[in-house]
Ligand binder design. Sequence first.
Ligand code: TA6
Length: 282
Amino acid sequence: MPVDTTNNDRVVITHSNSSAEVYYYGATLTSWKPHGQERIFLSEKAILNGSKAIRGGIPLVFPHFGTIPTSKLPQHGFARNSRWEWLGVAVDNASETTVQFGLKPDVVPENLRSLWPHEFKLVYSVTLAANTLKTTLEIQNTGTESWEFTSLLHTYFKVQEIATVGVVGLTGASFLDKVAGGTHQEDRDRVTVASEVDRVYQGGSAPLTIQGTGVGSGVVLHKENFPDVVVWNPWVDKAKAMGDFGDEEYHHMICVEVGSVSKPVTLGPGETWQGSQTLVGV
Ligand code: TA6
C-alpha cells in the first residue's frame, strides 16, 4: 500500500523501497528513509500527542519565523501547532507518490487563531520518489485585505556525529549571527559546527550539500522561492534547556532550514505564493 492512513495521527508513504511519515499535527514530516536509511532527526523526547510542536522532522513555520514585535503569536507561528486536514493522494504512479495536507483558519486552535485574524489557505504537498523527497508549501490569501508573512521549512537532518558534518553552498552569503550578534559574510566553503550555531543566511539559489551525515555522501538540498537558509545546532547548554530534546542529541542533528524570513512577503487578496525544497539522498 503506497499510502497508509490507518493510523489516526499520521500518514505513512512508501514508494519503491523508500518511505516517509507525516503527522497530521503540524503536517510535520518525521521520517524520510530513501532506500531504507533514515535521514531525518526526530528527538527521542519529541512529544507526538499534539500538545506541543514536534521536536524534529520538518516543522512548518507560518505566519512568522521566530517572534516579532507586531504579533503575540508564539515563536514560529501556529502552523506547527495545528492539526492539518488530510487532502488525500494527489499523484501515485511509477515515478512518485504525492500526498497533500491543508490548513485553514477554522482548524487552527482558537487561542492562536485570534492572534492572527487573517483569511488564508495553506496546502502542503509531500512527494516521495526513489531517493528524493520534495516538500512544497503553497500559501494563499483568501481574504479581502493584504497581509504579510514569513515562512520556513524547519528541517532537522539526522547525522551520526556533528563534528564530521559540513554544509556546502553558503560561500559568500551574508548572514545574521543570532548567537554572537551582527551581520557577517561566510568565507568558508564548508560550514562546520563546533559550538552553538544559529544563523540566518541570506540570498543564493544554488543547491546545498549536507556532507558527512554518516549515511552515503549526505543530502543535496535544492530550494525554490525560499531565499534564506537558517543553520541551527543548540549545542550543550541549549540542548539541556529543552525539555523535549535529549542532553546529548545535539551530536546527532543539524537544522538546515530553507525559508523566506529576512524580508516578509506581502500577499494581496486572492494571491498565492509557493516555495519548495527537494532533498536528494546521495
Ligand atoms: O530556526 C532556528 C530557531 O529559530 C532557533 O533560534 C531555535 O531556537 C530553534 O529555531 C528552535 O525553536 P523552537 O521554538 O522549536 O524551540
